[in-house]
Design a protein around this ligand. Sequence first.
Ligand code: BV8
Length: 247
Amino acid sequence: MTSHGIRNIVVLTGAGVSAESGVATFRGPDGLWEGHRVEDVATPQAFARDPALVHAFYDARRAKLGTIGPNAAHEALARLDCEWPGKLLLVTQNVDDLHERAGSKRLLHMHGELKRGWCLECDDRFEWDGVMGEGAVCPACATPGRVRPDIVWFGEMPYEMERIDEALQRCDLFVSIGTSGAVYPAAGFVQTARYCGARTLELNLEPSLASFLFDESRTGRAGELVPVWVEELLSGAHSAHSSPMSR
Ligand code: BV8
């Protein structure tokens, strides 16, 4: 046990952690997402209705990954990954690759990844870079035109829910960073953590829909808040009674 009694940590990140890298969040001022209504591009029905539009939306976001890089929040979480002696699981709702590029290893993408594809012919999933489009050929079964982005759309089951639930039940600290608390089941993780006795901390640009459920909520930019919090935690600079959240 470390000085502040925290050993097992679960961190949840959302679009706000990538905002300072230039990635659009989902609920911009106009409520649109890169000019689209979410239900027009991020559901199985949208894909069935207009595969060209959905592919174009994801191809554009995948291409943008090559023009951006991790920010101080990603770097600080990668430092935590490297130096934290206890258990740590970083669950991201984001489909970008910025956590990996910063160096995070103990990481899972519950909503899939822009740089992966899924073949509806043979059900294989695989890495994918560059344009996918409607005619993409599956690298496993060579069928053309049956490859979709390996992204969890609305109405689809997020990945690795059992592993996430197990980590939430075992954690002493749950930290939510850069997410609005609008989308389930991710928005419900704080309740599971609380129920299982974990302390809960929110780091977000503004109070989220779930802020009232957190023991502590700090508002500000992730690029500023996350490095400060990671330093607090790793320096263990707390009396045995305080927590890294009593500032
Ligand atoms: C499922 C991949 C069931 C796509 C995404 C009614 C009530 C409750 C639930 C539902 C309901 N009707 C439908 C549902 C279920 C639905 C849902 O929750 N809908 C909501 C809209 C009501 N959920 C689902 O469908 C999920 N699946 O429930 O399956 C099931 C059961 C059995 C069998 C089969 C199925 C699947 C949801 C996943 C959808 N896919 N992403 C893609 O990326 O292309 S969700 C998408 O939005 C993101 O991945 C992210 O997870 C999510 C939320 O976005 P955030 O990350 O929070 O981003 P947002 O813009 O909202 O907020 C950003 C925050 O950052 C803000 O608070 C802002 O203040 C802050 N910020 C900004 N800048 C900064 C910052 N913070 C710090 N620093 C900064 N610089």
